[in-house]
Design a binder for this molecule. Sequence first.
Ligand code: NAD
Ligand code: LMR
Length: 334
Amino acid sequence: MSATPVTVTVTGAAGQIGYALLFRIAAGEMLGRDVPVRLRLLEIPQAVKAAEGTAMELDDGAFPLLAGVEVTDDVKSAFDGANIALLVGARPRGPGMERGDLLEANGGIFAPQGAAIEAGAADDIRVLVVGNPANTNALIAQKHAPSVPPERFTAMTRLDHNRAVSRLARHLGAPVSDVSRVTIWGNHSATQYPDVSQALVAGEPLLPRLDRAWIEDEFIPGVAKRGAAIIEARGASSAASAASAAIDHMRDWVSGTPSDDWTSVALPSDGSYGVPDGLVCSFPVTAAGGSWRIVEGLDIDAFSRAGSTRPSPSCARSARRSRRSAWSEPLLDR
Ligand code: NAD
Ligand code: LMR
């Protein structure tokens, strides 16, 4: 077991996702079963008591890797010395809302948290924004932490990625572990572009086994609108699957992605695929040595080349436009 515990700050610790997330972190599922963790739980004052209840349960779990749990409503001390920050705390949407409708309620949360990260987090801080609208919130936090390398601020599209992989596997009757090289481009919103053009099943191209109508009419909208379907069914937004995706995201960031696959992460663009510099956009990425790297130079297949009439967010639109321009074809995105 390594000696120094990793300090992990989780905001919104008394919420649904927090409850599904914290016990898995304490069990070593995020950073490894030999890495001790110290948890910092940040909540708003009204929810501190509930977070303290969660901390009591964490104690009662007798997790060998759990070196301590602190609960606070003080933003500055929550991030002091933090190595990892999971920014979950934010209002979820209700039925009939889009995630962008949450900006007014949630946008104000992320500037002070970014500033607190700037002021006191450890040099190796890695940030995952889960609270919606996640891409915009990540950009807000990042802009308030100018001395932290921008690529340390990420937003979660891993849930969309996992939804896409799972849906493809079920459709093809294949194990989830056989599906690789799926990409979510764009925002964690209904305008994202789940892209199967490079995907493989058991190492073979997946596209020839799919019907274009199924991709257009079921797969893409099914993935992009899954969050709303869950809200409709549960009466509350996804929680355990979101927590699981957050664990997957951080585990891959720290421990690396498999050599023959990539994942999807929203991070500040470096200009790849024509996405304006700095815009937080989901790309295909690999991780090695603790850093993400955008998968460059992906070619485009006939399906994606023909385009779709769905609206796209600016970052996905730019990405797709740049890929298409290589083929000198008209731009069909709106
Ligand atoms: P929840 O309402 O159950 O919990 C949110 C918690 O955040 C509450 O306990 C609240 O007190 C706390 N909170 C609010 N403002 C805070 C602040 N300034 N500092 C610290 N804590 C604060 O909601 P949830 O189901 O846990 O969802 C949390 C967020 O995650 C929502 O915005 C939801 O839309 C989003 N979400 C994102 C994804 C994704 O894939 N990116 C997936 C699922 C949910
Ligand atoms: C999800 O995708 O499940 C979350 O972003 C919650 C939501 O509002 O859809």
